[in-house]
Design a protein around this ligand. Structure first.
Ligand code: UD1
Ligand code: CA
Length: 453
């Protein structure tokens, strides 16, 4: 049985922000959100988040989640912080301690920490420059004896390069007992979580240590500079994963995935694209440069040209979108639909083979198959109070600069003449046109500028 405590009470002064540090986003999700998501992969029976005074936005941001929140006030150190969570835990099984500002810890590494449930486990790293970290002190046989904080360490101890990442796991009941015996007789007058290591050794336990695959997994964030650096590392890792899955990236350093992007094989993504939320892309799709794609599905063989913006859209197979297209929530495009430059589509289904290639607004509409929507066509879906629907049946031809004043229906195979303002249904198969009669006035003269008197 596993329980997880996440420490998130630190003030985050160096962020210089009104937002609590752990709520700052990395790849579109809060730092604490990342830790919670990773924690959830371990299926804990309980997760307790220790937050600090002034950080009320933290529990508010996660009100939907099953995690419990405990306030630590005042903040008297990491040991004191974990102690605040103890009353919220069942006293059996293992407790794992994580940090709300260490967002990229991986499930694989944590599983390694949890392989020895009967003892205390510490995740350590070995650094060229260990300055600032708690040092892992081992005996001649290599067994961990204790952790000594930088500020309490003598020169010999400071020379140790193996350091504490802060992540530990221990049997819950024993951890609770050790925490109850902590004192703050140290350089920082804090209750150190790290002091439980020597207590475990005194109780005859052999401390288990393991190391993460990469240092960035255990890097904490204290400043916006560190946040930006970890963001780049995380994006680089996602780019690697995409390429390993058969995606061509024009430049792996110029893609941002803020959510979950899944791609079939032979997808090509040009530079500067941003993916948000859950985006699913089929096989052999090409995404041009500088597209923003959020919560959308793009089926196989589709082409999304430069500077297109998609949100909540479904793009059918071999469709051609953009450049400069905007697909808004509820845009559902079937196979081989073409949406060209400066065309906006919202809450509209478009049938197979239909085209709107230039400068149009299609909202709250149902458009059939093989419909041609001319340049400048606008569905007038909003009367200032209510939205109404436009229906365009199969094989209709909508002439350029047409306004469809909804609710209105264009029958199958109907043609609308250019410039039509359609206020009543257009019957199928006929030409409907509303247009002032064209006149030419013979002998008309252009006005000339009056000469001042
Ligand atoms: C801690 C470890 C140190 C380790 C380092 C890794 C202790 C005593 N030291 O040191 O061995 O090398 O992390 O980064 O544990 N926090 C609270 N409440 C508190 C104090 C801290 O929630 O009262 C949280 C902070 O928000 C932060 C984390 O605990 O997320 C670590 O606190 P911090 O003060 O940064 O610990 P360090 O001094 O860096
Ligand atoms: Ca017009």
């Amino acid at each position: 049985m596993l329980q997880i405590v996440i420490l998130a009470a630190g003030k985050g002064t160096r962020m210089k922000s009104a937002l609590p540090k752990v709520l700052h986003p990395l790849a579109g999700k809060s730092l604490l959100g990342h830790v919670l998501a990773t924690a959830a992969t371990l299926s804990p029976t309980k997760t307790v988040i220790v937050y600090g005074h002034g950080g009320e936005a933290v529990p508010a941001a996660f009100a939907q989640q099953s995690a419990a929140f405990v306030l630590q006030e005042p903040q008297l150190g990491t040991g004191h912080a974990v102690q605040q969570a103890i009353p919220a835990l069942a006293d059996d099984g293992t407790t794992l301690v994580l940090y709300g500002d260490v967002p990229l810890i991986s499930t694989d590494t944590l599983r390694r920490v949890l392989t020895k449930p009967d003892t205390l486990s510490v995740l350590t790293v070995t650094l060229d420059d260990p300055t600032g970290y708690g040092r892992i002190v081992r005996d001649a046989a290599g067994r961990v004896q204790r952790i000594v904080e930088q500020k309490d360490a003598d020169d010999a101890t400071r020379a140790i390069r193996e350091v504490n990442t802060g992540i530990i796991a221990a049997p819950t009941a024993r951890l609770a007992a050790w925490l109850g015996r902590l004192s703050n007789h140290n350089a920082q007058r804090e209750y150190y979580l790290t002091d439980v290591i020597a207590m475990a050794v005194a109780d005859g336990l052999t401390i288990h240590t393991t190391q993460p695959d990469a240092f960035w997994e255990v890097e904490g964030i204290n400043s916006r500079d560190q946040l930006a650096r970890l963001e780049r590392i995380h994006q680089g890792e996602q780019a690697k994963r995409l390429m390993a899955g058969g995606v061509t990236l024009a430049d792996p350093a110029r893609i941002d995935v803020r959510g979950e992007l899944s791609c079939g094989t032979d997808v090509t993504i040009d530079v500067g694209c941003v993916f948000e939320g859950v985006v699913q892309i089929g096989e052999d799709v090409e995404i041009g440069p500088y597209c923003v794609i959020k919560n959308s599905v793009i089926e196989s063989g589709a082409r999304i040209a430069a500077y297109s913006h998609l949100e909540g859209a479904h793009v059918g197979p071999v469709a051609k979108i953009g450049p400069y297209a905007r697909l808004r929530p509820g845009a559902r495009l079937a196979r081989d639909v073409h949406i060209g430059n400066f065309v906006e589509v919202k809450a509209t289904t478009i049938g197979e083979g239909s085209k709107a290639n230039h400068l149009a607004y299609l909202g709250d509409s149902e458009i059939g198959r093989n419909v041609n929507v001319g340049a400048g066509t606008i569905t007038c879906n909003y009367d200032g109070a209510n939205k109404s629907k436009t229906i365009i049946e199969d094989d209709a031809f909508i002439g350029s600069d047409t306004q469809l004043v909804a609710p209105v229906r264009v029958g199958r195979g109907a043609t609308l003449g250019a410039g039509t303002t359609l206020t009543r249904d257009a019957p199928e198969g006929q030409l409907t046109v509303s247009r002032a009669k064209q006149v030419s006035i013979a002998g008309w003269k252009r006005p000339t500028k009056k000469t001042p008197a």
